[in-house]
Design a protein around this ligand. Structure first.
Ligand code: FES
Length: 106
């Protein structure tokens, strides 16, 4: 599954990862700065906060209560495109996903 991370400064990183990898794992495993993933993916830390490109909004899995509650703890301001990167698995349907990184995670 191909995806592109866009840093807060506008730097683009293009990756290809196996299906089933979460957005958080894709960043951490490939050394993409801007995502920490402190809790290891259990929706408990909000250091994997990302903004999903609106073109993909209707293909994302729905937000669970825990994710929604945790997003309120994100360090950077959240908006309608905000999600926790560990709660979104990259499936073929999301191929080409563009993920914008917030300025800070802590
Ligand atoms: Fe901690 Fe996503 S990695 S909430």
């Amino acid at each position: 599954v191909n995806l592109t991370f866009v840093s807060a400064e506008g730097r683009r990183t293009e990756l290809s990862v196996p299906a089933g990898t979460s957005i958080m794992q894709a960043a951490v495993q490939n050394g993409v700065a801007g995502i920490i993933g402190e809790c290891g993916g259990s929706a408990m830390c909000a250091t994997c906060h990302v903004h999903i490109d609106p073109d993909f909004a209707d293909r994302l899995p729905p937000m669970q209560d825990m994710e929604e509650a945790m997003l309120d703890c994100a360090a950077a301001p959240i908006d309608a495109r905000s999600r926790l990167g560990c709660q979104i698995e990259l499936e073929p349907d999301l191929d080409g996903l563009v993920v914008h990184l917030p300025e800070t995670q802590q």
